[in-house]
Design a protein around this ligand. Structure first.
Ligand code: UT7
Length: 336
């Protein structure tokens, strides 16, 4: 039997209209454009301001664009996975809500939480359903409303995060394209350095948790930074070795957009040039599970069939990993 691979056959994305600039942030906390640009590399981030809207707002818009671009009828989709750390509700899953908003009626759908590695984990998970032959049109989403858990009184975290969503369609192929390999790892010891203290079953919402500002992101930046720099590069270099990928035959690195310095360190360890790296952190900030699809979406028109691409992430958990794929189509022919 011919081996099936899962290949990305289209990408859609959406960022909310409102742009939060460094100058505006500087009026909210004691920070500056200069500090944020040199220490993180972010100029602005998009924020959901629409009242009563959550991650499914941006996620469903990304999926609608994806379905339209790929001429896919909602009823043809047979699996939807949404990676998010900011679900609309504790339950039901945001993937269920996005499916409903998009008219996807014949799919099973679920959420996946792997911090900033969520999209990569979801892509690997979705690809297995395609490879097994059981599912033919799998939608993988990264959707976040990070602004719902950012403390805009904490200068150490509030410049970092933004809202947005991206979604890809995975379909089977017997050609030499698609997702070739994935390395995914996690280590729960990292949870002490990056988490949300309250709102889960350990510390349900109470007056005390609200007074203590425990419903926001808690991050020990330096510890996370050290882990991220070494782990994201480790898995990317290992992926290159496994498949004989060299700096010369790698078309693109798609790294998680958490900090420009982490991205540069990863590229250096891989021995590649900045021109081979998709970087849009300056415009969108860290959109957690949405960073990878937002990059692929922006660079789609430059991608060529057969391009060697490595995706790499690091996030809360800790979770980290890399995926090696051969791009499936010439992006320049696609209407955005
Ligand atoms: O996506 C999930 C994974 N997350 C990450 O990968 C994030 C990894 N960590 C980082 O990117 C960086 O650690 C941060 C961007 C979070 C912080 O940068 P840093 O260079 O590690 O700064 P720091 O925390 O060591 O703080 C250095 C100084 C401190 O002042 P003192 O103690 O030296 O006087 C901070 O209080 O910078 C100060 N500081 C700020 N100053 C101006 C912290 N935040 C700000 C700010 N503006 N926004």
């Amino acid at each position: 039997m011919t081996k099936l691979r899962a290949t990305i056959t289209g990408i859609g994305a959406y960022v909310p209209e409102y742009i939060l600039t460094n100058d505006e942030l500087s009026k909210m906390v004691d920070t500056s454009d200069e500090w944020i640009m040199t220490r993180i590399g972010i100029k602005e981030r998009h924020i959901i301001k629409e009242k009563g809207e959550g991650s499914s707002f941006v996620g469903s818009k990304a999926v609608m664009r994806l379905l339209e671009k790929t001429n896919t009828k909602p009823e043809e989709v047979d699996l939807v996975i949404c990676a998010t750390v900011t679900p609309d509700h504790q339950f039901p899953a945001t993937a269920n809500i996005i499916s409903d908003k998009c008219g996807i009626k014949n799919a099973f759908s679920f959420d996946l939480n792997a911090g900033c590695s969520g999209f990569l984990y979801a892509l690997a998970t979705g690809s297995k359903f395609v490879e097994s032959g059981t599912h033919k049109k799998v939608v993988v989403i990264g959707a976040e409303k990070m602004s719902s858990i950012v403390d805009y009184q904490d200068r150490a975290t509030c410049p970092i995060f933004g809202d947005g969503a991206g979604a890809v369609l995975l379909e089977p192929t017997t050609e030499d394209i698609g997702i070739v390999d994935s390395i995914m790892q996690s280590d729960g010891v990292g949870r002490v350095h990056l988490h949300q203290k309250a709102g889960g079953s350990v510390a349900p919402a109470s007056y005390e948790t609200i007074d203590a500002r425990q419903h926001y992101i808690y991050q020990e930046g330096q510890a996370v930074f050290k882990w991220a720099v070494s782990k994201m590069a480790d898995v990317s270099v290992e992926m290159m070795k496994r498949h004989g990928i060299t700096p010369e035959n790698l078309a693109w690195l798609v790294p998680h957009q958490a900090n420009m310095r982490i991205i540069e360190a990863t590229a250096n360890r891989m021995g590649i040039n900045k021109e081979q790296v998709m970087i849009n952190i300056e415009k969108f900030g860290n959109t957690t599970a949405a960073t990878l699809p937002l990059c692929i979406w922006e660079w789609e028109d430059q991608l060529k069939k057969g391009d060697n691409i490595i995706l790499a992430t690091f996030g809360a958990g800790f979770t980290w990993g890399s995926i090696y794929l051969k791009w499936g189509y010439d992006g320049k022919d696609i209407k955005k």
